[in-house]
Ligand binder design. Structure first.
Ligand code: CTP
Length: 382
């Protein structure tokens, strides 16, 4: 608690301090919760501010924002609001209890006390609250001994149904374990192994899985998380693929996706193209190894999406030179275009593209050095 109080004091003029001051003076029963309390207790500077209050969070958010003058977003259906001021974010929610009708579906939600609210959370280290109300300011509610688990370095669920209620917590568990270099508490590890047996992850929508994958690849060392997910048989990958992801680190997001069953993930068109290219990575690298002419280096690399190009250089630093060549060639403007062909008297048609591309390749390879030479070439063959 001492740590929490000193941090709050340190952030004197911050948005957080103004928000706390507002709630301290108000009659709301208000709490800092979740990652904020956890990170504070660990001596890590928290990024976002998560506030839960026993009462109408939306009404409170409107009042607070009159003071902060930030950007207020209201999510009426969830009873939540977000205020953003100069890149600082405050999430406000009404304390709520949840009942899960069946696994992996969204729960029924009802207004409740802070204790109910903590009861519905994922891990003990995320189920703590710190009061910012004047009568209990600084008091920590830690019904599941989250502080002790931080000391012991444990990821522990609150109850045996936690993963069944919300299977995305399985992926969150690996994320926190690796971020903090913690261990799974014994029972939690058993629940995780049971979850693998019954393929609990498959109950999640593609959107939620993709969201969790993205969060994993936002961590500092996603390769380590992927290695563990594979070890636990959530996403079994070959040793070679794991090594590649470890080397690519954050840039390995789509390589990972390409190596799992991604059929239900809602990938955008360009994301699908990236994944397809990652499937052919070996073939592409072989082709690039063999090729020597500037025009073919250009075409091989130009046909790829940027994340794939980036991955190739990380995996094979010997391609750096070819990559530099590509970057230079990218800036070259073709000497001639379709208008020039028309002026020469050629009829517009599919051959236009062929001629222009042939001339451009010769330009890239330095065989044609001026616009005049390009036009002469065409006239010669016309
Ligand atoms: N939470 C949960 N179950 C989930 C997602 C979230 O119980 N599937 C709860 C946890 O108490 C968590 C809080 O909601 O602390 C906020 O969630 P989130 O913003 O995802 O995580 P943070 O705790 O802020 O941690 P971080 O963003 O650093 O991962």
């Amino acid at each position: 608690m001492a740590k929490l109080n000193s941090l709050v004091k340190k952030q004197k003029k911050s948005v957080l301090n103004r928000a706390i001051d507002f709630f301290f003076k108000s009659d709301y029963h208000t709490y800092l919760v979740g990652g904020y309390v956890r990170d504070n207790a660990m001596g890590i500077e928290p990024v976002d501010l998560d506030i839960v209050l026993e009462g109408d969070a939306i009404k409170a958010a409107r009042q607070l924002n009159r003071n902060l003058k930030g950007d207020l977003q209201i999510y009426q259906v969830f009873g939540t609001a977000t205020i953003t001021v100069n890149n600082e974010r405050i999430d406000l929610a009404t304390a709520r209890g949840e009942q899960y009708p069946n696994s992996a579906r969204l729960p029924h939600v009802f207004p409740a006390t802070i204790i109910h609210d903590l009861n519905r959370r994922d891990f003990t280290i995320n189920a703590m609250a710190m009061s910012v109300s004047h009568h209990t300011f600084g008091e920590i509610f830690d019904p599941f001994n989250g502080l002790e688990d931080i000391r012991k370095g444990l990821i522990k669920v609150l109850h045996r149904n936690s993963f069944v209620d919300d299977p995305s917590r399985l992926l969150r568990a690996f994320r926190y374990k690796n971020r903090f270099d913690f261990k799974f508490e014994e029972k939690t590890r058993q629940f995780i192994n049971e979850a693998v047996q019954i393929k609990l992850i498959d109950r999640l929508t593609g959107k939620r899985i993709l969201n969790e994958i993205n969060l994993i690849f936002d961590e500092n060392d996603p390769g380590k998380i992927v290695r563990e997910l594979s070890m636990y048989k959530f996403y079994p990958l070959s040793t070679k693929s794991i090594r590649i992801i470890e080397r690519l680190s954050r840039d390995g997001r789509y390589y990972f996706v390409a190596n799992i069953d991604y059929s239900k993930l809602p990938l955008s068109r360009s994301e699908k193209a990236i994944v397809q290219h990652f499937h052919k990575l070996d073939v592409i690298m072989k082709k690039l190894s063999k090729t020597q002419t500037k025009s073919s280096i250009f075409h091989i690399l130009n046909d790829l999406e940027e994340p794939v190009r980036k991955a190739i250089v990380i995996l094979q630093p010997k391609f750096e030179l070819k990559f530099k060549i590509y970057r230079r060639l990218q800036k070259i403007k073709p000497f001639i275009n379709g208008q020039d062909l028309k002026k020469i008297g050629l009829n517009e048609g599919p051959q236009f593209k062929k001629i222009l591309s042939r001339i451009f390749d010769q330009q890239l390879d330095g065989k044609i050095k001026t616009r005049k030479q390009a036009l002469d070439q065409i006239r010669l063959k016309a």
